[in-house]
Every structure is written in C-alpha cells, then in structure tokens.
Design a protein around this ligand. Structure first.
Ligand code: F0G
Length: 453
C-alpha cells in the first residue's frame, strides 16, 4: 500500500471529445468542448488493496495524519497526488447511526435504516471531504488564491481549508439566500464575501468567469478533484456496515456533486473487484428547485453512454429564463436550478439504477424535526433524504426490509432560523413550541407540572 505512483489523468466525459489532460493543470471544464472532466486512474500502476477491509488496518495508525483522515485513509482509491501535497484537517470522522425510530417514521423495518452524519466534519458539512482532495490538487498546481459560489456550505468549507493552506479566498453568495450559521463561518475563517444581486445560479456562472480571468482556483464541484474526495463518504458507509454494500443510498440533490461522486465510487469499486454489486441510489430535490426531477421523470433525460440530449437541457433552461424563474425552498443549500454536475449525475443514475423525487418544504421540515428528535439533528437540505425515503417507501419503490443509508449532509446548527421558526410558529406536526409564563413561582410550578403531567 506504500507505492507513490501518480497514475491519474483528467478526461472529458463527452464521448465525442474524450480529450485527456494531466493532473498538473487546473481546468474544471474541457478546454476543447466545455464539458465536465473526470479524474481517472491507470489502476495497474496503483497498488490497490485486495479487499476493502485492508483499509481498516489504518485505524491502528491514527497518529499518521493521512491514516487519521477519513478521506486519505482510502488514498489508493484517489491516487492523484503525492503524499506531500495531501491536505487534511481531520475530515471524515463521521458516524453511521442505525436509527430504528426514524425507520418507523419512514415505514422501514428495524435495523434497516442508517444515517450517515456528515455534519460531524470540521466545518459541519460533507464538503470537507471534497475540499481536502481539491486543496491537495491546488497544492499540486501551486494555487495562490481560490473562489467559489455557494449556498453556504461550500464557502464555509473552502474558507477553512484556504486559511489552513495559506490561500486567499473569495466567496460569492446570492442576495439573502444563505443561512446565517454558514455565512458566519466564512467570515470568521477570513474569506472575502461578495454578495451578487442574483441567485446561486448567477453566482455559479460569474465565479467561473472570474476564476478564468484572474487565474483563481475554483472550488465548486465542477472541480473533478473535489468529487474524488466525496467518494470516500461511500467507503465510510460500507466500512461501518462491515464492508457490506447497502441496498440503497439516499442523498439530497443540489449541484449534484455528491450523487455524481457516489456513482463513480461504486463503479470503480466494482471494476476493481472490491465489491460484487452496486447499490441503488435515490436523489432528492426540493419541489421548488426540482430541475433533476423534472428532467429525469418528466423529460426522460438519460445518460445514454454519455450522449445526453443537450437540446432537452437547453430548452428546459431557456424556459426557466423566459419565465424569470428563480428556485425557492427553505432548504437553501439545494436552492439550485442549473446544477453543474447534471450530466455526471445522469451517469450515476444509470450506474446505480437511480430514482429521483422532489419533496415539499413542509415534508422537509417535518423530516428535519424527526431527525432532531430521534437522531443527532441535521440542516433542512439533509432532511430531504428522509422525506424522499418516506415517499419512496409509500410508493413501494424501496422495500421495508431493504438496507438503506441516508446521507445527512450538514449539521443542525448551520441553519437555526428554519428550526426555530418551525417550532416557535407551530408550522408542522412535530413543532415543539416554547411556552411563556409570568415571572411568578406558583405559575411556573403549575406550568411545569402540566407539561410533566
Ligand atoms: N446538502 C447540503 C447541506 C449542501 O450544502 C448541499 C450543497 C447539498 C446537500 C447538495 O449537494 O450539490 O452535491 O448535490 N451545497 C452547495 C454549497 C451547493 O454551495 O454549499 P450537491
């Protein structure tokens, strides 16, 4: 497991192009055709362990920074740079919690539902998995400054890694669309915040131009190295299931980086002979930001071996523009209508026989309250996975005795406003309203007795 071969390259996902580039370049989109890039490996040059359980031996060497990292513990599976370039701040110390109470809520049998708490990462979301990998690539190319557009978590995570690596960082956010917990992090971590009078999709478009023009390193999930880090979320789920493959992965879908990374992770493991079967995936949109669901379920858009019907996407986006549509959901993290990883996500849907559903804000908030009450809590976007699972159970798409892992992408304190409003204003069936009482001892005793009684 010690070989230091760098056997990776970048390749355009468009089969008509297929251009290849070395990893010493920061490109983010194919310079020939503008399509997305993958990081691919010459596996015969990499000493990949014979079985996944070999990775567990690294638990005994947790004083080694790379063995401690929940990303780099799996380094042979994302072998694109030398050890000296690898960046870690201790990401990936996450847990997979079996949760029978939430299983009952979604109508799944006991011991079938598992929650992957990515909120336990250093910046409080799954993004840290991707940032440790992408910043390692930034070290390879000698980047001095970086930027991202964000609904909040990417910016929090990027800012944290940027100050760790000594890079200047700039964050582009839409007007009024970012949860305070997240905004406070990027300011605290020293990033320059720039608010654009527009939504996330506007920011995403602008940041790409800014990075190209000024030679800044782009840290959105367009960056294929970020997705390499996010593959490890799947490795850790299997690790905690004794290296068994679950039947279903359920994940919220925003810019579609996670879902894209997960499909790639499983395809590679299957090709390497490290797993025998690939799990199915369910990707969950919010109804107010349901581009993927619309394109897959209504327009029947398919990966089709990379020959995605671009015309269907163009027509869909042209209609959004004509209507002046801006996405809207209380799950602000996934308030995105032009997901940059759409095509890679379609590939995942093919690899993992995926399904897509959209859930309402009401369903998201109820599910979030249940994760708070019976689990460790999560932010609204994360709870879309639980709400989506409930749908898929009611439809019978997912069986009651199938083994399901829901990815809870962000920490509950990321967005306290949604939580407080839900409870205080009695917005949902699980609202837990605070009570008011006069500053009078007898009245207080009466109230507390009533509550306990
Ligand atoms: N959950 C949370 C908590 C997120 O922050 C995001 C994305 C998603 C889910 C969606 O993941 O993009 O991989 O489909 N947040 C980005 C950001 C867009 O800027 O923080 P995805």
């Amino acid at each position: 497991m010690a070989k230091q071969a760098v056997a990776a390259y970048q390749k355009c996902i468009n089969p008509d192009c297929g251009a290849e580039f070395d990893c010493g370049q920061a490109l983010f989109k194919c310079p020939n055709c503008g399509d997305l890039l993958d990081v691919l490996y010459n596996w015969d040059k990499i000493e990949v362990p014979d079985k996944l359980s070999d990775f567990r031996k690294r638990w005994a060497r947790r004083d080694n920074r790379l063995d401690f990292s929940g990303v780099w513990r799996f380094r042979e599976l994302l072998n694109f740079c030398k050890d000296k370039h690898k960046v870690t701040i201790g990401e990936g110390q996450t847990i997979l919690q079996r949760n029978d109470a939430i299983a009952a809520y979604v109508d799944v049998k006991p011991a079938c539902l598992y929650l992957q708490y990515e909120g336990l990462n250093p910046s409080g979301s799954f993004k840290d998995n991707g940032m440790s990998a992408a910043f390692s690539h930034a070290m390879v190319v000698g980047a001095k400054s970086c930027a991202c557009a964000s609904t909040g978590n990417t910016s929090a995570s990027m800012s944290l890694y940027a100050h760790h690596c000594g890079l200047k960082s700039t964050v582009f956010i839409g007007s009024g669309l970012i949860a305070f917990g997240k905004l406070s992090q990027s300011m605290d971590y020293g990033a320059q915040t720039i608010q654009i009078l527009g939504d996330f999709d506007d920011c995403m478009r602008q940041v790409q131009h800014v990075c190209s023009k000024l030679g800044m390193y782009l840290l959105n999930s367009l960056n294929p190295f970020r997705l390499e880090g996010q593959k490890t979320i799947m490795y850790r789920i299997m690790e905690q299931l004794g290296w068994e493959v679950p039947d279903w992965i359920v994940v919220p879908g925003g810019n579609l980086g996670n879902s894209s990374a997960f499909g790639k992770a499983f395809l590679e493991l299957k090709e390497l002979g490290l797993i025998e079967r690939i799990p199915r995936i369910a990707i969950i949109n919010a109804t107010g930001a349901a581009t993927l669901s619309d394109l897959v379920n209504n327009k029947r858009l398919l990966w089709n071996q990379g020959n995605v019907e671009q015309g269907v996407i163009d027509e869909y986006y042209a209609d959004l523009t004509a209507r002046g549509f801006s996405p809207h959901t209380c799950a602000s993290a996934i308030e995105i209508s032009r997901p940059v990883n759409l095509k890679k996500c379609l590939r995942t849907i093919e690899i993992c026989r995926g399904v897509v559903r959209a859930v309402t804000d009401e369903e998201i908030c109820d599910a979030k309250a249940i994760v708070g009450k019976y689990g460790l809590g999560c932010e609204p976007a994360s709870a879309a996975s639980i709400a989506g699972l409930k749908h898929l159970r009611a439809e019978g798409v997912i069986g009651a005795d199938e083994r399901i892992a829901c990815v809870l992408t962000g920490h509950p304190l990321k967005d306290p406003n949604v939580t407080v409003d839900y409870h205080k204003q009695g917005q949902g069936q699980f609202s837990n309203q605070p009570a008011e009482v006069a500053n009078d001892f007898d009245e207080i005793i009466k109230l507390v007795n009533r509550i306990n009684g």
